[in-house]
Design a protein. Structure first.
Length: 361
């Protein structure tokens, strides 16, 4: 089921929907979030004005603050990751290229998605019309799945690298590029719901197309990546344990570090995405009024948090990247301290050789 066949919700767009309803295709609808009592495009416009449930002004403000914090942290951390990889050639390994793909997709979410939902939450209504609603839903769908599938590909590539009988070729990017291409093409074909207060997949329409899409979405974009992650890191941890039994404290420390990383990855994956998946299924197959606006927006915010959490788990916990970041931060701290001292002392720093520097009086 391709993305263009998925109905979209547009929160607080009812005036736009009423004006455009006679021009719409049957498979598109403009309605309230999944918690709404009426979401079918066949419902009369007048009915839509009375049925939607919405957050209170305080609720919208809380969501706006959360989105603002998430978007800011996600932008800064992912931008820092991309800067490090662009600046330091030693980090440009095939495995780390997957981290670049994840950070790039998360950065695009913070630039192309979060600002629109933040503005909508501040004003308590959707601001950029139906076309913007569809664009927003598609962008977040595509980039969200890129991140999920890339995490699964990353876990499998790490497992293959550790279990390989020969030394991995640090210059062979073919397999990793294939994995990155697969994750992006996979994401274009299937997409999850956008953030809850704005636009989302139409979970309510009980057609064969929609139901099959929802089932495929849950199985192939949430359960399958999670199973790949569990299998790959489970096998990896088992292999490290077998090595640590041969004594030596170094492998044991490595085992503990890998165990901490795996537990952190699995827990964060479940916390960010499982509530969203469960809420989506309940909204699609449960009673129409089962989920309140608060219950429907909370899982979406948790899923949005993954864009800010991923850099800390998959990049900054990486020993190689962590050391580079440490020296990078230390260098600029020393530079800023020295530059400030120069400014306070009244001297202007210069890179010119002594022979061409101006003589001080």
């Amino acid at each position: 089921m391709i993305v263009s066949n998925v109905s979209l919700h547009c929160a607080h767009c009812f005036a736009t929907a009423a004006a455009e309803e006679h021009h719409q295709q049957p498979h598109l609808s403009s309605s309230v979030p999944p918690s709404s009592a009426s979401s079918s495009s066949s419902s009369p416009p007048a009915e839509a004005h009375h049925s939607p449930q919405s957050l209170s002004p305080t609720g919208h403000l809380v969501v706006a603050v959360c989105l603002g914090c998430i978007g800011t942290v996600a932008f800064l951390t992912n931008f820092l990751v991309l800067t490090l990889f662009c600046r330091y050639r030693a980090l440009r390994t095939p495995m780390n290229l997957l981290l670049v793909s994840i950070s790039f997709s998360d950065l695009l979410v913070s630039v192309l998605g979060t600002p629109f939902s933040f503005a909508a939450s501040v004003h308590g209504r959707w601001l950029i019309g139906r076309a913007g609603c569809v664009w927003y839903g598609f962008v977040n769908a595509c980039l969200g799945i890129v991140s999920l599938i890339s995490l699964a590909v990353l876990s499998y590539e790490r497992y293959n690298t550790i279990m390989a009988t020969t030394m991995a070729d640090g210059t062979d990017f073919r397999a990793v590029l294939g994995g990155i291409g697969f994750s992006w093409l996979y994401a274009v074909r299937y997409g999850p719901e956008g953030p809850g207060t704005t636009c989302s997949v139409d979970w309510k329409t009980q057609t064969v197309n929609n139901v099959s899409y929802i089932v495929c979405l849950f199985v192939f974009c949430l359960i399958l990546p999670f199973c790949v992650i569990l299998y790959s890191y489970g096998k990896l941890l088992r292999a490290i344990r077998q090595v640590s039994r041969m004594s030596s404290i170094v492998p044991r420390r490595r085992e503990q570090r890998v165990l901490l990383m795996v537990v952190t990855m699995v827990v964060c994956y479940l916390v960010c995405w499982l509530p969203y998946g469960v809420a989506a299924l309940l909204s699609a197959f449960g009673p129409r009024d089962l989920l309140t606006p608060t219950a429907s927006i909370t899982p979406s915010l948790l899923a949005k948090c993954s864009t800010a959490i991923n850099p800390f788990i998959y990049v900054f916990m990486n020993k190689q990247v962590g050391l580079t970041l440490f020296f990078y931060a230390g260098f600029y701290a020393i530079y800023l301290k020295t530059f400030s001292a120069w400014i306070l002392s009244g001297h202007v720093p210069t890179c010119a050789p002594p022979s061409v520097r101006p003589h001080q009086q």
